[in-house]
Design a binder for this molecule. Structure first.
Ligand SMILES: Nc1ncnc2c1ncn2[C@@H]1O[C@H](COP(=O)(O)OP(=O)(O)OP(=O)(O)O)[C@@H](O)[C@H]1O
Ligand SMILES: [Mg+2]
Length: 340
């Protein structure tokens, strides 16, 4: 196990990172940092050399010169699905998907990398041949290589590249193992252009959906209605005056309806009520937005702190700041946990 791990959440608009230091066989969180990686308009991501520079800058901030990094990506190509497989080893599953994904994903994904997680079965084993319930994650090889090369370009050795929605599940599992074991909750990671809702019941991820809505839609709506540029709209969003709240509410209601319909679908399918909605991502830092979602969905929507159960020894940084921004570090935390 490396003595220092730099965990990166290579988001579409912002890179978040954490430094974990090994001490007497345990990892301690010592630093966290984030930087904008907003692509130019019309581009889907910043050019790779620029991403390497962003990562290099972040590493300087958290005191890492070289060493190992683990990353999660949430690129546009990312997919996450629940798939039934006949009994087969994990490696064969990945090979089968790579060779021909159509029978499993109803679409042929060429030049994709896949990862699979076999969901442990619920209750008693049924009679007859058991099908495996598998969470399949994938991203285009191009996006995986972009991430790998960005890390290499920053002078780091990539240990692993994971998917952001899986990292959120990892982080949640460690932050609240009791709730994970007993409750049914919806985890919603609100991203820049996309959000992912995962519903877990007694520790099992049973539904995962990607929703084409994120912080950029809120900003875009403010920009359009107030006839201001994106930068000014972003500032307005952070200020969140009452006039802006009205705009934000109208734009969020579509998103809230989509979340509610995923929850309704889940509740019909499994006959278990969802108790709460736990939000992460930059947008979850706004209490006004969380309140809108709570009112629209009819369930408490709260930000959660993925570092709650993690041993910390923050150097020059304030723990209040981590608490305040914690919800935006869910992916970075889950990414670190995957290799700890
Ligand atoms: N305090 C805040 N209030 C409201 N919105 C905020 C706040 N802080 C950040 N955001 C918004 O969060 C969004 C970025 O969120 P985040 O960093 O989770 O995205 P990302 O990880 O880059 O995207 P993705 O996960 O889709 O790749 C931006 O639209 C930004 O305006
Ligand atoms: Mg993200």
């Amino acid at each position: 196990m490396p003595s220092v791990i730099a965990a990166l959440d290579v988001g579409t608009s912002r890179v978040k990172c954490m430094r974990m230091q090994r001490r007497s066989g345990r990892y301690v969180l010592t630093h966290f940092a984030s930087r904008s990686a907003l692509p130019a308009s019309g581009e889907s991501q910043v050019p790779q050399p620029q991403m390497s520079e962003i990562i290099r800058g972040l590493m300087k901030e958290i005191g890492v010169k070289r060493g190992h990094a683990v990353a999660s990506l949430s690129a546009r190509s990312t997919l996450i699905r629940h798939v039934e497989f006949p009994q087969m080893p994990l490696e064969d599953m990945k090979k089968a998907l790579k060779l021909n994904s159509a029978p499993y994903l109803h679409q042929q994904y060429t030049n994709y990398n896949f990862d699979c997680y076999i969901i442990p079965p619920r209750g008693e084993a049924p009679k007859g041949p058991v099908k495996l319930q598998v969470l399949v994650g994938g991203a285009s090889t191009q996006d995986v290589l972009y991430c790998r090369d960005s890390i290499l370009g920053a002078g780091l050795i990539p240990l692993a590249i994971n998917l952001a929605p899986v990292a959120v599940l990892n982080a949640y599992e460690s932050s609240d193992p009791k709730m994970m074991e007993e409750d049914t909750v919806a985890l919603v990671d609100v991203g820049y252009e996309n959000s992912v809702i995962s519903i877990l019941s007694k520790g099992q991820p049973l539904l995962t959906r990607s929703i084409p809505f994120g912080g950029s839609h809120v900003t875009g709506h403010i920009a359009k209605t107030l006839s201001v540029d994106e930068k000014a709209a972003e500032e307005e969003k952070l200020k969140m005056t009452e006039a802006v709240q009205v705009l934000v509410a109208s734009c969020l209601s579509v998103f809230a309806r989509q979340l509610r319909s995923s929850i309704d679908f889940f509740e019909r399918q499994y006959e278990v009520p969802v108790k709460r909605v736990l939000c992460s991502g930059g947008t979850a830092l706004s209490n006004v937005i969380l309140q809108f979602l709570t009112d629209e969905i009819g369930l408490p929507c709260k930000a959660w702190d993925p570092t709650e159960n993690v041993e910390k020894d923050l150097k020059s940084q304030k723990s209040e700041l981590l608490k305040e921004q914690g919800a935006n570090f869910a992916v970075a935390m889950g990414t670190a946990l995957a290799v700890m």
